[in-house]
Design a protein around this ligand. Structure first.
Ligand SMILES: NC(=O)c1ccc[n+]([C@@H]2O[C@H](COP(=O)([O-])OP(=O)(O)OC[C@H]3O[C@@H](n4cnc5c(N)ncnc54)[C@H](O)[C@@H]3O)[C@@H](O)[C@H]2O)c1
Length: 256
């Protein structure tokens, strides 16, 4: 797909990887939709893109809320017409062990709470379901096809301390592959990205230097990824019409 003049949405594009991807799409001449749950981040990203002369719609949306997602796609349809590219990127972390046991006396110290589980499932799995479903509906009705890019994670293989996040991301990878089959008859391609450790707020906020250095040692290329390296992958998927039904692991070679 040639992105010039196309309509591209990235959820969670107020910051991090989402902002890098929406900026890359705008750079290719797409009309872009910045969407995030955080109003201030939407305003800041929209402002920066407009300053650079891009055509932008900003819309606050909670991807875990069906009505909010339906309103997002209605607003896109009204302003730009049907969406051509949708990156399902919004996500959160609520890490913790399934159970924590006191080593001395063997007593239970804590458990992953249902709230911890549910909040991540709501945003990272249900959010991808809702935003992917509405993208598919709009693309199919337009009869122009399109590209859907769900964002998974290498944690989809099962990362200790991330029961909720790994389960959600494995679900995202499964939906990516099955949607590629279900939606091909509408000329919709679906291909995902599973990033490794990328230097964004999500990763840097809660990690101390020691933990960060330990992770770096496990990454074969010896460094975290940069947001533009994920944005380059989103461009590659969008522009290469042969890519569908896969989840590309872009991780510097880390194995989980
Ligand atoms: N950074 C990494 O190393 C890494 C690795 C693997 C996967 N990922 C995935 O990439 C995606 C982006 O991560 P990031 O590192 O840019 O994180 P980030 O925290 O920097 O950005 C996530 C964005 O999503 C928004 N958001 C949160 N909840 C939302 C909701 N309910 N509705 C709409 N927007 C919401 C946040 O406001 C934020 O702007 C996530 O799906 C994440 O799981 C990131």
């Amino acid at each position: 797909m040639d992105l010039k003049g196309k309509v591209a949405l990235v959820t969670g594009s107020g910051g991090g990887l989402g902002r890098a991807m929406i900026t890359a799409f705008a750079g290719r001449g797409a009309r872009v939709v910045v969407s995030d749950i955080n109003t201030g981040l939407v305003e800041a990203t929209v402002g920066a893109l407009k300053k650079d002369g891009h055509e932008v719609l900003g819309k606050v949306c909670d991807v875990s809320n069906e009505k909010s997602v339906e309103e997002l796609y209605a607003a896109i349809g009204e302003r730009f017409g049907p969406v051509d590219v949708a990156v399902l990127n919004a996500g959160i972390l609520r890490d913790g062990l399934l159970i924590r046991v006191n080593r001395q006396n063997g007593r239970l110290k804590g458990k992953m709470s249902l709230e911890q589980w549910q909040s991540v499932i709501d945003v990272n799995l249900t959010g991808v379901f809702l935003t992917g479903r509405e993208a598919a509906a709009q693309m199919a009705e337009s009869q122009k096809g399109g590209v859907i890019i769900p964002i998974a994670s290498v944690a989809m293989h099962g990362n200790p301390g991330q029961t909720n996040y790994s389960a959600a991301k494995a679900g995202v990878a499964a939906m990516t592959k099955l949607w590629a089959q279900e939606l091909s008859r509408f000329q919709i391609r679906v291909a995902g990205i599973a990033p490794g450790f990328i230097a964004t707020e999500m990763v840097l906020k809660d990690m101390n230097q020691q933990a960060l250095d330990a992770w770096k040692e496990k990454i074969p290329i010896g460094r975290l990824g940069e947001p533009h390296e994920i944005a380059d992958t989103a461009l590659f998927i969008t522009e290469n019409d042969l890519v569908t039904g896969v989840v590309l692991e872009i991780s510097g070679g880390i194995k989980i």
